[in-house]
Design a protein around this ligand. Structure first.
Ligand SMILES: Cc1cc2nc3c(=O)[nH]c(=O)nc-3n(C[C@H](O)[C@H](O)[C@H](O)COP(=O)(O)OP(=O)(O)OC[C@H]3O[C@@H](n4cnc5c(N)ncnc54)[C@H](O)[C@@H]3O)c2cc1C
Length: 119
């Protein structure tokens, strides 16, 4: 039995689960779709900021060191963006499940009607 079932393991779901856990609730996150962390760490804020920063750095070098013969590797850039997402997903989300004693279930949650479900 849980005090709180959080549907969705994105940043909002984790914030709610952590707060409830801090207050002493027994919490489970039910998540499907993206991996733990949801949009921000996996496909949103983190990878996009990584790529934007890289593009800015490249533009800066082109502007001030035009003689530099840069050959940027998009493949390597995307791999590093993915590594950064994976590291932050672990540090900021997955590792916190154990730390706060939050259970995690992979699957799509459904809001059943009153008195339904729970079987
Ligand atoms: C390209 C991009 C860049 C962004 N950059 C920034 C930024 O720089 N700064 C910023 O503040 N915000 C940014 N955002 C917005 C930010 O990513 C979102 O505001 C944030 O991720 C929302 O978090 P969330 O937990 O509400 O939803 P999500 O992160 O989308 O997580 C919800 C999760 O719940 C799952 N789910 C949904 N329904 C169910 C269900 N019934 N059962 C189980 N699982 C379910 C979904 O599959 C998903 O994995 C960006 C977004 C994008 C797309």
């Amino acid at each position: 039995m849980y005090d709180l079932v959080v549907l969705g393991g994105g940043s909002a779901g984790f914030a709610a689960a952590i707060k409830a856990s801090e207050l002493g609730a027994k919490v489970v996150i039910v998540n499907a779709g993206l991996p733990p962390g949801g949009t921000c760490v996996n496909v949103g804020c983190v990878p996009t900021k990584f790529l934007v920063k890289a593009a800015e750095a490249l533009r800066w070098v082109h502007a001030y060191f035009p003689e530099a013969n840069l050959k940027p590797s998009l493949r390597r850039l995307l791999a590093e963006a993915a590594e950064t997402s994976a590291r932050l997903r672990k540090e900021k989300y997955v590792d916190l499940l154990d730390y706060y004693g939050i259970e995690y279930i992979e699957g799509r949650g459904v809001l059943a009607g009153q008195g339904e479900g729970g079987g």
